[in-house]
Design a protein around this ligand. Structure first.
Ligand code: NAP
Ligand code: GLV
Ligand code: GLV
Length: 321
């Protein structure tokens, strides 16, 4: 497979890049600390056949149409809301992503956020570092038990289900969900019912036209006042200014966000000053084993796309029909 060239917009674990190079593909990696700009990407992609993109890079119609050689895009993420899929398909560009291999890692992170909030790890850890640990306090840092509580999952797909099973099997929680389709054996409700009845709400839907700004002020106000809200999906699913407003009104026992809008979060965001808000910098899939597996799957998508074969994780299988 000589003569093919692939561009990678951030350095990723080497497995996938080694695989591509072993197949004779030329691989070039953006190696600067600052993210590549759209203009820079446009310039480097002029003579590239494949692109390995990160979720923060917008691959829009303009960029796609400016890259006539491009045959395949492999997003180093399962979510592909950063890519204009319709424009890719119209231009005969296959698009791949990284489902399944990151399911457990992301569910683990959602669980970590939930337990940290329910047991007030952020505040209690901070208090130790500040020198405030003076005695054992019967009434200090009282959290909330998860046992018997109701978990509401918005988007009971791969990650939503993995998270729900952790909560159900590990912590004795009851599950309700709001998804597009029915899931046999699982209790589907309306969005409003889920918001009203859940003690813990966790978002696991993709960002699309229907889920963009799904949770605004009126919806957030439907939740129980001491509910815990976790978002490891996409920041744009929540109207962030409304979340701040509702938090300031005393709502929510805790809010855990691995994703924000925009990313990175504005350093002046009021969210950073609220003790019961725990924010991580979009690290859902960030464990070593997972990122290695994502690297390999990304490369396999590229190899398949260059060969006009079905991608192992194919977002737009209609592209060559
Ligand atoms: P998935 O298997 O496709 O699951 C998505 C679920 O959302 C499905 O159950 C789907 O319902 C549901 N859904 C779709 N549109 C909906 C709507 N309008 N309203 C309610 N539910 C809707 O995807 P996944 O692999 O679990 O990944 C989910 C998302 O997590 C990704 O798209 C990505 O944005 C995010 N993610 C974040 C991180 C991180 O680092 N924080 C890591 C990985 C993924 P049906 O089953 O009925 O279609
Ligand atoms: C991460 O957010 C992903 O979509 O993989
Ligand atoms: C706490 O450390 C206990 O022994 O109950």
């Amino acid at each position: 497979m000589s003569n093919f060239k692939v561009y990678v917009t951030e350095n990723i674990p080497s497995q996938g890049l080694d695989l591509l190079r072993s197949q004779g593909v030329e691989v070039e990696v953006w190696s600067y600390d600052n993210p590549i700009s759209t203009e820079e990407l446009k310039a480097v992609l002029k003579d590239c056949d494949g692109l390995i993109s990160m979720l923060g890079h917008k691959i829009d119609k303009g960029l796609i149409e400016a890259c006539p050689k491009l045959k395949v895009i492999s997003n180093y993420a399962v979510g592909y809301n950063n890519i204009d899929i319709e424009a890719a398909s119209k231009n005969s560009i296959a698009v791949g992503n990284t489902p399944d291999v990151l399911t457990d890692a992301t569910a683990d992170l959602a669980m970590a956020l939930l337990l940290s909030l329910s047991r007030r790890i952020r505040e209690s850890n901070y208090s130790v570092h500040e020198g405030h640990w003076e005695k054992w306090e019967p009434l200090g840092f009282l959290g909330k038990s998860l046992k018997g509580k109701t978990l509401g999952v918005i988007g009971l797909g791969r990650i939503g289900m993995a998270f729900a099973k952790r909560c159900r099997d590990g912590f004795g929680m009851k599950l309700i969900h709001y998804s597009k389709s029915e899931k046999q054996g699982f209790n589907k409700t309306s969005l409003d019912t889920l918001l009203k009845e859940s003690d813990v709400i966790s978002l696991h839907c993709p960002l699309n036209e229907e889920t963009n700004q799904l949770l605004g002020y009126d919806k957030l106000k439907l939740t129980k006042k001491d509910c815990i809200l976790i978002n490891t999906a996409r920041g744009e699913v929540i109207v962030q200014d409304d979340l701040i407003k509702v938090l300031k009104e005393g709502h929510f026992f805790g809010v855990g966000l691995d994703v924000t809008a925009p990313e990175p979060i504005d350093p002046n965001s009021p969210l950073l000053g609220i003790e019961r808000v725990l924010i991580t910098p979009h690290i859902g899939s960030a464990d070593i084993e997972t990122r290695d597996a994502m690297s390999l799957l990304t490369a396999k998508n590229i190899l398949a796309g260059l060969n006009k074969k079905p991608l192992p994780a194919f977002v737009n299988p209609e592209v060559w029909r």
